[in-house]
Design a protein around this ligand. Structure first.
Ligand code: NAD
Ligand code: IPM
Ligand code: MN
Length: 349
């Protein structure tokens, strides 16, 4: 038997609640199998910052690099919370992890599972993936402020797009499209306004497309993409897009496929140089934290993505199957976070 070493970062708010259920399911699905999971928990997040002033110390970052993968919950304070500066943990911890571990593929699948209610009257068959760039765009902290607090303040956030960064994520998206039945890729950008970055993305897609003649591709401006995500989500197969557009459209995609409580993601370093990190798309949900109201399904499906990334396809499929059955059997009667986790863990045992 072999050992897989996982780092677990529960984080803030509902993070610890949903992560506990994902861990339960991971342990249940691997129990008695050939792979033994070894879990190491890292207490990072708001509480840790308040107690120590640390967001993500270098020593912790180095320790995290020694694991095979990372399971992450969520970080972030409530919007009105004055005890911690807005964006501090998001930037100095979560984004620092994604950047330092070179998570250039932010994989966000959207599927409307059978029996799950969509807010759309006629959603059709919805099953697509968003390949969101994870290390560039306006997320790099490449900006600044002049004359802050004065009537003459100037604030900039510059979107960074490199040929190297765009090409590797576009190639990954094409490869994923080539392995799916419909083999269709849609570039989502805004090259009518963001002309320099837009040109780079468009030209890169045209060039990489030549390597994948079996994949068809088209293009949508991001504003129009939000229309079709609501009016005709079944048209999408693989969407490739930049970091910020990808953030926004994946919350929308989650909403049309049954809610943010179901949306999983992986921050993937495809080269295997660094461990990849799996987390629900949602945040720390301060409005429901500590009440066992959060749906752990997104965290559990993220754990399935983690298993697949580590080559544990059978285990990943079992978790997804159990989730699918659990979703189909839901009656609308509320269950606690742990009740949902227990049911899915029992189904994979
Ligand atoms: P959010 O995703 O935390 O919450 C948005 C809404 O969705 C809330 O009403 C919440 O109750 C609901 N929700 C979220 N997850 C749910 C679940 N599993 N089950 C049921 N309902 C769920 O987004 P927000 O309110 O914009 O952000 C709250 C904090 O989280 C902020 O500090 C933000 O920066 C941070 N955040 C962190 C991550 C992350 O760690 N990956 C992602 C997004 C937001
Ligand atoms: C997400 C979140 C993060 C993002 C924030 C918290 C940095 O919204 O994972 O979708 O914008 O990527
Ligand atoms: Mn987001």
């Amino acid at each position: 038997s072999s050992t897989v070493s996982l780092a677990v970062i529960p984080g803030d708010g509902i993070g610890p609640e949903v992560t506990a259920e994902a861990v339960k399911v991971l342990l249940a699905v691997t129990d008695g199998g050939p792979v033994r999971l070894e879990l190491t928990e890292y207490p990072l997040g708001a509480e840790h910052w308040l107690a120590t002033g640390e967001t993500l110390p270098d020593s912790t970052l180095e320790a995290l690099k020694g694991h095979d993968a990372i399971l992450f919950g969520a970080v972030g304070a409530a919007p009105g919370d004055k005890s911690i500066p807005s964006g501090l943990l998001e930037r100095e911890m979560l984004l620092k992890l994604r950047f330092s571990l070179d998570h250039y593929v932010n994989l966000r699948p959207s599927r409307l599972y059978p029996g799950v209610a969509s807010p759309l009257a006629n959603p059709g068959t919805v099953d697509f993936i968003v390949v969101r760039e994870g290390t560039e765009g306006p997320y790099t902290g490449n900006g600044g402020v002049l004359r802050e607090g004065t009537p003459h303040e100037v604030a900039t956030e510059v979107s960074l797009n490199t040929a190297y960064g765009v090409e590797r994520v576009v190639r990954d998206a094409f490869r994923r499209a080539s392995e799916r039945p419909r083999k269709k890729l849609t570039l989502v950008h805004k090259h009518n306004v963001l002309v320099y970055a837009g040109r780079l993305w468009k030209r890169t897609v045209e060039r990489v497309a030549v390597e994948f003649p079996e994949v068809s591709h088209d293009y949508l401006h991001v504003d129009a993409a939000t229309i079709f995500l609501v009016t005709d989500p079944s048209r999408f197969d693989v969407i490739v897009t930049d970091n910020l557009f990808g953030d926004i459209i994946t919350d929308l995609a989650a909403a049309v496929t049954g809610g943010i409580g179901l949306a999983a993601s992986g921050n993937i370093n495809m080269d295997g140089t660094f461990p990849s990190m799996f987390e629900p798309v949602h945040g720390s949900a301060p409005d429901i934290a500590g009440q066992q109201k959060a749906d752990p399904t997104a965290a559990i499906l993220s754990a399935a993505l983690l298993l697949r990334h580590l080559g544990l396809e059978k285990e990943a499929a079992r978790v997804e199957q159990a989730v699918e059955e659990d979703l189909a059997a839901r009656t609308g009667e509320p269950r606690t976070t742990a009740e949902v986790g227990n049911a899915i863990a029992a189904a994979v045992s």
